[in-house]
Design a protein around this ligand. Structure first.
Ligand SMILES: C[S@@+](CC[C@H](N)C(=O)[O-])C[C@H]1O[C@@H](n2cnc3c(N)ncnc32)[C@H](O)[C@@H]1O
Length: 317
């Protein structure tokens, strides 16, 4: 974990008191902590740093982090590396979805950016073009490891699944304009962000809302870490609610009754603009639309997804 991140991390189990974590470094380089722990002086919980990867999640999130299926699986890594970087190795049918989302970050902003649910890091790298620093976080160790390797090597090399266990090598350089040293990736939970309040000038939540157990809590956490006076928020989601993932009583759309009845994007826009809601002070909507996004599972299996996005800004007072 890059040392510049140490002072920003707080205990995800003591969010109300914003307790800064104390580093206990075992192995390090000039810039990085390779092995060690981050310890909360209040609850005494220790958060491991192993092979450079910091895992800063509440105890109840650890089973997800340790689960070797789902987003930690080999097949998901192949799928998401293709999805994020196929433009760079000229993959046939490459998707330009991330370039489209990245247009939200086309103006220079001083300050830090946060990519919540970063997967293998493409949007985080895009954020480094226009921000001083960018942090990506995800509950998948496999994704965070892949993103950190990309940042260290400044290039991509991986095994792309053709069919079953048959793979082919893919390798390419990435955009040299990415600020690889300005990016860092950690394992953290979108519902308990281990960062001081108001730390970020820009936050993204792309294709994660429908995946978390409590979507409203995720939005409240995103709001907590955004600057109160000058913040930009990129939100995008396909709103493919699934009762196997989260309780319909907690969905923010897709129901016929309740406080979030109707379509998810309408409800998100309402929340963003209502200064009495969890987004306080309220946001102004700058742009809306949809991004056609693709995930490639094998050479014959693709998911084509429409993700609805909104870019919102909280103006200077
Ligand atoms: C559908 S993928 C989208 C990834 C990426 N934002 C993109 O659009 O390519 C959802 C991501 O959210 C991550 N995720 C799921 N639950 C999470 C949580 N509670 N906290 C942080 N990340 C989570 C998954 O590991 C996965 O990388």
């Amino acid at each position: 974990m890059k040392k510049w991140l140490i002072e920003e991390l707080i205990c995800p189990q003591c969010l109300d008191s914003e307790v800064v974590l104390n580093p206990d470094i075992h192995t390090e380089t000039d810039d990085d902590i390779i092995e060690g722990r981050l310890v909360c002086p209040q609850c005494r919980q220790g958060y491991e740093i192993h092979e450079g990867i910091a895992v800063v999640v509440p105890e109840q999130t650890l089973p997800i982090v340790r689960d070797e299926t789902g987003y930690n699986s080999f097949s998901m890594r192949s799928a998401y590396l293709w999805s994020h970087y196929s433009e760079f190795f000229n993959g046939p049918d490459a998707t330009d979805a991330y370039g489209k989302w990245a247009r939200a970050f086309d103006s220079q902003r001083s300050g830090w950016a946060l990519d919540i649910g970063c997967s293998v890091g493409r949007l985080t790298f895009e954020m480094t073009r226009t921000h001083d620093r960018a942090v990506g976080l995800d509950t998948s160790i496999s994704f965070v490891r892949a993103a950190r390797r990309l940042a260290a090597q400044k290039r991509l090399a991986f095994d792309l699944i053709m069919e079953g266990q048959i793979t082919e090598k893919r390798a390419c350089d990435l955009d040299p304009a990415f600020g690889f040293d300005q990016a860092e990736f950690i394992v953290a939970d979108a519902m308990a962000l281990p960062f001081r309040s108001r730390r970020f000038t820009t936050v993204s939540s792309v294709n994660i809302l429908e995946k978390v157990p409590d979507p409203l809590r995720h939005l409240a956490e995103a709001n907590r870490v955004m600057d109160e006076k000058d913040a930009k928020f990129l939100f995008s989601d396909p709103f493919s609610w699934d009762e196997n993932v989260n309780d319909p009583a907690l969905w923010l759309g897709g129901t016929k009754e309740g406080p979030f009845k109707g379509f998810g994007m309408d409800n998100i826009c309402r929340l963003l603009q209502d200064p009495e809601s969890l987004f306080s002070p309220g946001f102004t909507i700058q742009d809306m639309g949809q991004v056609l996004w693709k995930i490639r599972k094998t050479r014959n299996l693709w998911e084509h997804i429409t993700s609805q996005f909104v870019v919102a800004e909280r103006n200077k007072i």
